[in-house]
Design a protein around this ligand. Structure first.
Ligand code: ZN
Ligand code: ZN
Length: 336
């Protein structure tokens, strides 16, 4: 089968990705082999390819994978053969540490990530765990399901951690691909959504998607929110979000890294406001969100690239030339 690999990370302009012919992977106990149909292309993949995220190279990136189960490992549920399943960022967790035992496997001390620690979906086939992969409903097209497996699941976890309740008002700081999905779930829960973003394009899109108020971070909040989620990796935004929530409200920070949060007066946090970060996802997040996304149904805008065009797609992602989410189309059969 064919697989994209990075042996030596370097800027995408210098062709770090090589298309290789490799043997098919063998599913072990509790594992499944997927014939990959689509794999979303994420900024994290670009970071792995360019070496901004440390990895044990060679690596096959890609962590938003939709494929059909074509083989089951030994002692594995054979009823899953032929099922459409998805793989996401968390490939597996140790199952033994204190976090895993509390069903907080997103905080596991020895996790494995798809497309970083184990080969990902920029390949014709890949191996997933039965207990960490999720069924994909036939009511979502596989190409549109792919971006739900990264931005969607983490967005859903952010919503959960923001403690927003049906009918309440949610503030979103930043309006990229994750927020586009979050606003659809919030509306499904009859929540009002206010959006703070500097980009005029994103402001227009937020209005089109039904935000009741749109402005910039730093604008005086017109409508006090019950909860807020920040997506921008800029520390000052966290302070703006605290300013925008009511007493007792929660601010969930969805960022892997960010600039320093400036000093702020305690009164912004007083009256039992909660400030918390969001780190990775759990199996429960993946399962619940993919079910909910099919029910709503959540809509995503995708730009599909042929398998051979992965380097070009990553270059366009780097140059911010992608509308919606980039998705790689992978065909199994004739390329063997
Ligand atoms: Zn991602
Ligand atoms: Zn663990």
């Amino acid at each position: 089968m064919r697989s994209w690999q990075v042996s030596e990370p370097k800027p995408i302009e210098q062709d770090p990705l090589l298309l290789k012919k490799v043997p098919k992977p063998e599913p072990g106990e509790g594992e499944l082999m997927l014939d990959v149909h689509y794999c979303g292309i994420c900024r994290t993949d670009l970071h792995i390819v360019e070496g901004d995220i440390a990895a044990d190279y060679p690596v096959v990136p890609g962590h938003q994978v939709v494929g059909t189960v074509s083989r089951c490992g030994p002692e594995t549920d054979r009823d899953l053969l032929g099922e459409l399943r998805g793989a996401y960022w968390l490939h597996s967790a140790c199952g033994e540490c204190s976090y895993c035992l509390r069903d907080e496997e997103n905080l596991c001390t020895d996790p494995q990530f798809t497309g970083l620690d184990v080969p990902g979906g920029f390949a014709q086939r890949m191996v997933v765990r039965t207990d960490y992969s999720v069924p994909i409903s036939a009511s979502i097209s596989p190409a549109h399901a792919a971006p739900l497996l990264c931005a969607g699941i983490i967005g859903y976890r952010s919503l959960r951690l923001s403690e927003i309740q049906p009918g309440e008002r949610l503030a979103l700081f930043g309006f990229g691909s994750c927020a586009h999905i979050v606003i659809q779930v919030a509306h499904h829960w009859d929540c009002e959504v206010v959006v703070y973003t500097r980009s005029e394009n994103h402001q227009r899109l937020a209005r089109e998607m039904g935000a009741v108020w749109v402005g910039e971070a730093g604008d005086e909040p017109q409508l006090r929110a019950d909860s807020a989620i920040t997506f921008a990796p800029a520390g000052p935004v966290v302070v703006e979000a605290l300013r925008a929530v009511r007493p007792g409200g929660t601010v969930a920070v969805n960022a892997i890294s960010m600039s320093d949060i400036p000093q702020f007066p305690y009164r912004l946090m007083y009256h039992e406001r909660t400030l918390r970060s969001v780190a990775h996802v759990t199996r429960r997040d993946a399962r619940e969100f993919m079910q909910l996304a099919a029910e709503i149904p959540v809509e995503t805008q995708v730009q599909v690239f042929d398998f051979e065009k992965l380097p070009a797609a990553l270059q366009r992602l780097k140059d911010s030339e992608i509308d919606g989410s980039a998705v790689l189309k992978v065909e199994c059969g004739h390329l063997d």
